[in-house]
Design a protein around this ligand. Structure first.
Ligand SMILES: NC(=[NH2+])NCCC[C@H](N)C(=O)O
Length: 427
């Protein structure tokens, strides 16, 4: 649909670790810098897509948005499909299957504005892990046709472009080893970058937009999720990942901050002792019952303990094998119900490494035995079907790690997973 850049071209034009200001990288970035209605990109590309965008943005707001999630009916109707995750060693409450939305269209969550508007926030943070190329993820996802896909799904697009982050320097303040026994590499750069992400995501959520954050590494979710919690405090987080990302500087075997975002959000790390993260002391904490994991298969010892101690509901690949992805997603979503039975707004934090490396090879911390292609899509579709999804991160696509067809396959999958979460359906 009228794409002007192939993924490969975008990747080669994408910025490097040197903060780009000029040249091809800056030109590529400008291409994506689309904010509001007037943009150089729409001027450049007066395609049917651009016209559709204009039409969509002048559409009048009519009536109440349709509602989708029918908790009590669904629970009563499907009580016979009851599961007890406690008995399965997963923590959490008794949950029920829910199939009442099959084949229906995904509707707009009540807390988003109508017409539905997606704020696309490029967050090419890469300092939470050691590999170059993670900062090209947002550009390659866009180059796969993300915007056209979302327009086809009738989203209005408010593209905020890509954020820019500083590089670490030798003079950055570091952890004081007399206060923190451990390592959080590049914490000053990561912390400052996450504050930018936090501010931009909060802006979008406050405007009742769907916040779509394109990574970047998974450390960025401490910025995005904390902003979502500030705007929508009851939000439930569906963390789709091979890893737990629950480490602290003390428990982390690597010191890489992309393994710590949930440790931060759960308040297991004192942000006042983490240079760059001082601002984090004022953001809302995540309660363990607001999280559910899907796809786990590589946990560090400290993370296993945290899951047990905090009774975090977690579905590993073992559970996917045992129950099938349909049941796992029913249970996962049900586990996020509030005590009064109502459904929370949802945030989907999708790490592409949750997917099996045969399907998504171009990522930094691959672990065999992941979700297959359809399971990966099903996860996104099931979350979208709740009608309560208001924000999403897609992280850890690194086109440099398997350049060529494999990186295109990985990025195209990432793009397709976003589309599935945001309403694309087979029929
Ligand atoms: N989002 C990720 N890919 N996380 C990988 C984390 C790997 C490992 N658990 C660590 O803390 O270093």
């Amino acid at each position: 649909m009228g794409r002007t850049l192939t993924p490969v071209a975008a990747a080669s034009r994408a910025r490097t670790r040197v903060k780009p200001a000029v040249g091809a990288a800056a030109a590529a970035r400008r291409r994506w810098r689309v904010s509001g209605a007037v943009t150089d990109r729409t001027a450049l590309r007066k395609t049917p897509t651009a016209n559709k965008r204009e039409q969509a943005s002048t559409q009048p707001i009519t009536g109440e948005p349709p509602r989708r999630w029918r908790s009590t009916e669904a629970s009563a109707q499907h009580a016979k499909h009851g599961f007890n995750p406690e008995q399965m060693g997963m923590g959490g409450a008794v949950v029920h299957g829910n199939y009442d939305h099959l084949g229906e269209e995904v509707e707009v969550p009540p807390f988003l504005r109508v017409p539905k508007t997606a704020s696309i926030i490029g967050a090419p943070m890469s300092w939470g892990q050691p590999r170059a190329g993670t900062d090209q993820g947002s550009q390659i996802l866009r180059a796969c046709g993300l915007e056209d896909n979302l327009l086809a799904l009738e989203w209005r697009i408010d593209d905020k472009g890509d954020l820019e982050f500083d590089e670490p320097t030798r003079n950055d303040p570091a952890i004081d080893p007399t206060k923190v026994q451990g390592l959080a590499k590049n914490c000053f750069t990561v912390g400052k970058g996450l504050k930018k992400i936090h501010d931009r995501v909060y802006e979008a959520a406050k405007e009742k937009e769907f916040a779509l954050i394109l990574g970047g590494d998974h450390s960025l979710s401490a910025g995005s999720v904390s902003a979502i919690l500030r705007a929508r405090p009851d939000t439930g987080i569906i963390w789709v990942d091979a890893h737990g990302d629950l480490n602290t500087p003390e428990t982390s075997p690597s010191g890489n901050m992309h393994g710590m975002p949930l440790g931060l959000m759960l308040g297991l790390i004192d942000p006042t002792l983490l240079p760059g993260f001082e601002w984090f002391k004022d953001v809302p904490k995540l309660n363990p019952e607001q999280i559910v994991f899907v796809g786990l298969r590589d946990l560090d010892a400290g993370e296993r303990k945290i899951i047990r101690d905090h009774k975090i509901t977690a579905f590993s690949m073992h559970h996917v094998d045992r129950f099938g992805i349909g049941n796992v997603m029913d249970m996962a979503i049900e586990s996020l119900r509030k005590p009064d039975g109502s459904m929370r707004p949802l945030h989907l934090s999708y790490d592409i490494d949750a997917v099996d490396p045969e399907v998504a090879p171009s990522t930094g911390t691959v672990v065999r035995g992941g979700l297959n292609f359809r399971e990966a899509h099903y996860v996104a579709e099931a979350v979208g079907n709740t009608g309560m999804l208001g924000s999403m991160d897609l992280v850890e696509v690194n086109p440099k790690l398997a350049p060529g067809p494999e990186s295109e396959m990985t990025a195209a999958l990432g793009m397709a997973l976003i589309s599935s979460a945001m309403g694309a359906r087979i029929i």
